[in-house]
Design a protein around this ligand. Structure first.
Ligand code: ADP
Ligand code: MG
Length: 534
């Protein structure tokens, strides 16, 4: 636990950080702020959501010379959305620092307006690579005076194809300069960049093993693929969240679900990598101002969503692994609020969910799907509350006259009221859909399978390829419905591996492992030629 007070920070920053509500530094902050302040080049790596922005933000602001009005620091971010977020964080950090100015610079905003602000002098620019290049070409950003360059979310910038722009910018900012790079992951391409453009960088890496997410109620529903959407809608109806986030595993799936939800009258929209920046902005804006209640997203697109009061996270598709699960559900229950995570599992996925629960030490509770009666009950309760509130509000004279007219025709007040309730609450779409008992296979457990129920498979990778038993279990359990505990003996030889699996799973495994890679090796899985006797 490192307190900001224990670092060599100025009182203005300590105060600003306290205003931001940060009680202590996150590990990446604790390990990198003072290193960056010392002026050396830094590579910082930690997972999403671990406070990388404030890590370089605080250090950057501390090193700005407030008396020098020229541009001193340039922060590059992958998207306009992130540039704005990072800029907001900087504004909070400089709250008590007089005479430090920051400006976000991104595409889509009128360039003239940016130019006029730039002319007045800013010391820190936070921008997207394309627009920054544009300004450098126009000489409205002069790279010569920059002393510190930060590449934020470097992995994402490369993913988005900004490599050339970044390299051009790096070349234009003269040495000596401080180059700082932050990223959640460190693919080779990034290491290449660091070798080329950084001087003897200090590598700060925080491996986060803390996978438990407190304060989030986690439940799951067993469904079949066919009834999943109905199940999602029912749970939404009963929980009635103001803002919810629905995770799917693919872009196609996002589009599908959005269309179906919209068809059923929900305010839902999708967010995924195929959308243009402008479209993403529109969707996020709607979500923020609540004209959108349900945001459907892929894991990658959900990175950088900075909305804090998400009530429920739905795992419409079960995430690929435990870390994704934790990232996803961490979108709710932020800033000390309570949140809820709901996961849908079909068939064998239940075993994978159990693995996730074990790994994250989470208590994920099984729940029964709401019935039509449950939903009616909730709707009725809400409607009755609405009626009471309307009566309390008054201004009913006009409507009382209408009711009086009906009463003169000999209708009873109670009948009129009941008819109105029926008109509002009766929904002919609400027929009892039969959620068949989800077809759950019998639990495969070690020991349950007799020797003759097991088959031996051959896999074309072995210890030469740095394969360990864990990798094999991970690959099989990850790509197919088999649970780790159902996998039998694993024999790893130099060039290949034998693994015993229940015969029931062979077909699925052979199919599921087709074209898959393990540690960069293309896999070939087949029946072992001869059953070796141990
Ligand atoms: P990253 O860039 O690592 O994905 P961010 O910098 O976007 O993470 O931070 C994620 C969230 O955590 C932000 O809302 C930020 O304000 C908050 N945060 C950052 N540092 C701290 C801290 N020391 N204490 C509490 N919250 C923090
Ligand atoms: Mg970040």
């Amino acid at each position: 636990m490192t307190k900001f007070e224990e670092m060599s920070l100025s009182p203005e920053i300590i105060r600003a950080v306290a205003d931001m509500g940060f009680e202590e530094a996150t590990p990446i902050q604790a390990q990198s702020i003072e290193v960056i302040m010392s002026g050396c080049d830094v590579i910082g790596q930690s997972q999403t959501g671990t406070g990388k922005t404030a890590a370089f933000g605080i250090a950057c602001v501390e090193n700005i010379d407030a008396d020098d009005k020229r541009l001193q620091a340039l922060i590059l971010c992958p998207t306009r959305e992130l540039a704005i977020q990072v800029c907001e964080e900087f504004r909070r950090i400089i709250k008590y620092k007089d005479n430090i100015k920051v400006l976000p610079v991104y595409g889509g905003q009128p360039i003239d307006r940016q130019i006029s602000v730039l002319k007045r002098g800013v010391q820190i620019i936070i921008g997207t690579p394309g627009r920054v290049m544009d300004h450098i070409d126009r000489r409205t950003i002069k790279p010569e005076t920059i002393r510190m360059l930060v590449l934020d979310e470097a992995d994402e910038m490369l993913d988005m194809g900004f490599r050339d722009d970044i390299e051009t910018i790096l070349k234009k900012v003269p040495e000596p300069r401080q180059t700082v790079l932050f990223s959640a992951t460190m693919p080779d391409e990034i290491l290449e960049l660091t070798r080329k453009y950084q001087n003897d960088p200090t590598f700060v890496k925080v491996v986060q093993r803390e996978l438990t997410v407190p304060n989030i109620e986690q439940v799951y529903y067993e469904v079949s693929e066919r009834t999943k959407l109905e199940a999602l809608c029912r749970v939404i109806d009963v929980m009635n969240p103001e803002l919810s986030l629905v995770f799917c595993n693919t872009k196609k799936r996002v589009d599908e679900i959005v269309e179906q939800l919209q068809g059923r009258g929900y305010f839902a929209e999708g967010l995924h990598g195929d959308l243009k920046q402008a479209q993403r902005d529109t969707v996020m804006k709607k979500f923020r101002n609540r004209t959108l209640e349900i945001l459907v997203a892929t894991d990658v697109a959900a990175r950088g969503i900075d909305v804090f009061d998400i009530d429920v996270v739905f795992n419409y598709d079960l995430p690929q692994d435990a870390e994704y699960y934790v990232h996803r559900i961490g979108r709710t229950g932020r800033a000390g609020r309570s949140g809820k995570a709901v996961t849908f599992v079909a068939g064998r996925e239940i075993y994978k969910l159990r693995d996730i629960a074990r790994y994250t030490k989470a208590k994920i509770v099984n729940q029964k799907l709401p019935t039509v009666a449950d939903i009616e009950q909730v709707k009725t309760r809400d409607f009755i509350e609405e009626i009471k509130a309307t009566i309390a509000e008054g201004h009913l004279t006009k409507y009382l006259t209408m009711v009086d007219e009906l009463i003169e025709e000999d209708y009873a007040t109670v009948d009129i009221a009941a008819a109105l309730m029926k008109m509002r609450l009766y929904d002919d779409k609400m027929t009892e859909i039969d959620f068949d008992e989800p077809e759950r296979p019998s639990a495969p457990r070690k020991g349950k399978y007799k020797d003759e129920d097991m088959a031996r498979l051959f896999i074309n990778v072995g210890s030469k390829h740095k394969i360990r038993a864990n990798d094999i279990v991970g690959a099989l359990a990850g790509e197919t419905g088999i649970s780790g505990s159902a996998i039998g003996a694993i024999e790893i030889l130099d060039d290949f591996t034998f693994v015993d699996v229940p015969k029931d799973f062979v077909k699925e495994i052979l199919h599921g492992m087709k074209n898959k890679k393990l540690k960069g090796n293309k896999l070939n899985v087949e029946h072992a030629k001869k059953r070796k006797k141990k």
